[in-house]
Ligand binder design. Sequence first.
Ligand SMILES: Cc1ncc(COP(=O)(O)O)c(C=O)c1O
Length: 404
Amino acid sequence: MNLETIRTDFPILSREVYGRPLVYLDNAATTQKPLCVLDAMREEYLNVNANVHRGVHYLSQQATELHEGARDTVRQFLHADKTEEIIFTRGTTESINLVASSFGEAFLKEGDEVIVSEMEHHSNIVPWQLLQARKGIRLRVIPITDDGRLDLEAFRALLSERTRLVSITHVSNVLGTVNPVAEVIALAHEAGVPVLVDAAQSAPHLPLDVQQMDCDFLAFSGHKMYGPTGIGILYGKERWLEQMPPYQGGGEMIDQVTWEKTTFERLPFKFEAGTPDYVATHGLATAIKWLQGLDMDDVMEHEKLLTRYCMEQLQQMEGIRIYGPQAGMRDAVVSFNVEGIHHLDLGTLLDRMGVAVRTGHHCAQPLMQRLGVSGTVRASFALYNSTEEVDCFVEALRRVVRMF
Ligand SMILES: Cc1ncc(COP(=O)(O)O)c(C=O)c1O
């Protein structure tokens, strides 16, 4: 992997903030986009733009080909069996809301249980709480161990004849923990329970194979994996999607509409009401192809090295507390606090030195409660980050700490 060449694909990485070179370590929030993605989207707006599916004219057909071609690129990326199983959404959040709403409508009733974990992002908590309020379901929570791993024994004990769905993150956006989703899915399936995997934080870093994983649903966002904002994916096994009612109503998702009765389109269109963001789908497909053009083993190796190197540097600092498991068991996320200094102050001062990190609760307030903190500082890496940037970050942090 030639880092220098890769970085030239991301002009934003060469800019300065406050007169200092930017060190962008907020990749778990969103990644930067390579030129090829920006070019593909610009080219589509410039030369192809037309609404998809409905037009008989040339441009509409060309835009439709790009849009449906993107669906097939996503299918290949996930190793899904059929394009019918790939639903375009606005992001992970909408994908999970779709399942909560539609699977919830079809399969959940009062007293039924959905299992999530203590390390979930709010987007895998609140949709289930809304369903709890609407339908009287019960939300059960898998606790985590003190070093930030799933307590699998507790999970086993939570699975019961009342469990209807397990919805779990693949990688924690705070702890970096890579969850043993294959094991979770096997255990859930033994109990006849389907599983949704939130792959928002794994899609840019780990190979995903939904057939091998055997998950029932999987959600991710384009913008966290070098693609545009506003586009996400819900993968669902055909047999579940077929049984689920539409999520929203409108154009594109219907077969026939009369005042008496409306019939719906086949999959995947049944779940895609309204004009889709067909430029973003093309952008996402371009990002996926760009990623596939790299050696994924090299990418994983590089990101592991960055994470390990960063943790080793930080661990040498006094008063620092890093959350989550040891380096080999985590993805490219390092969350920490420094004793006696508020995370927001650390983040603000790091920013003045050109280092972009995230501070706060990271949309995981229940996890913050478990950790006993109001928030953390989080550095998160993408494949374009370098060990020199980790050095800059650690040096800046040392300077900030010395100020207090
Ligand atoms: C684990 C996890 N799930 C879900 C989301 C929500 O993603 P989005 O805001 O793109 O819908 C995020 C975003 O940070 C995340 O990290």
